[in-house]
Design a protein around this ligand. Structure first.
Ligand SMILES: [Zn+2]
Length: 201
């Protein structure tokens, strides 16, 4: 606990839930799961109470590596697009195993789906959904090489729990089925004995 942290009282919680403008300037709240901080009056969806951290100033929140909300601009300045998109990619990098959609990303990053899609594509040269897919496939490759869990389990671990879909997607992107990919990589590191997980559903 740092000394700049204030506790979340019932009063502050009420101000956040009710978007109470009279508390703007009194405190700011950051959300651990999204890495964003807001003014009490922000119209974004209220987070879970246990994920909230309270700060007195924007400087304190920034010092703890939280980013200002794009919607309520708690620093008084517009969040640069590349920082906004960095926030989204960081969220995907640590939440790729969860259910992710453009709408979910827009909600956690406090922007509109349309604007997020366009800005993301301009900066990353791929769409948010393509980025999610790419992240999942990269993680799947790692798991196929570094673990011996089944192909279906690999899919589940990277947010692609529909095994046939996972296998099709993987093949489309790499040219190999997950099992072929694992065998190929195993052969490359050890000559002889193939050892692999079973591709059960
Ligand atoms: Zn906000």
């Amino acid at each position: 606990m740092s000394t700049s942290d204030l506790s979340i009282t019932d009063d502050k919680w009420r101000a956040i839930v009710e978007n109470d403008k009279s508390y703007d300037g009194v405190f700011l709240y950051a959300v651990k799961t999204t890495g964003i901080f807001c003014r009490p009056s922000c119209k974004s969806r209220p987070p879970k109470r246990e994920n909230i951290r309270i700060f007195k100033t924007a400087e304190q929140a920034l010092a703890q590596h939280f980013r200002p909300c794009k919607r309520c601009k708690p620093t008084g300045q517009r969040l640069p697009d590349h920082e906004w998109i960095a926030l989204v990619t960081e969220y995907v990098n640590s939440n790729y195993m969860k259910d992710l959609t453009l709408h979910i990303l827009a909600e956690i990053s406090h922007g509109s789906p349309y604007h997020l899609h366009r800005t993301f594509k301009r900066i990353m040269h791929l769409t948010p959904m393509e980025y999610i897919q790419q992240t999942r496939l990269e993680q799947a490759k790692k798991l196929l090489i570094c673990s011996d869990i089944s192909v279906a389990e690999v899919g589940e671990n990277v947010g692609l729990s529909n095994a046939p879909y996972f296998i099709t997607l993987f093949k489309k992107n790499t040219g190999y089925t997950p099992l072929q990919y694992r065998q190929l990589k195993l052969k490359a590191t050890q000559n002889g004995g193939t050892q692999h997980g079973t591709a059960n559903k």
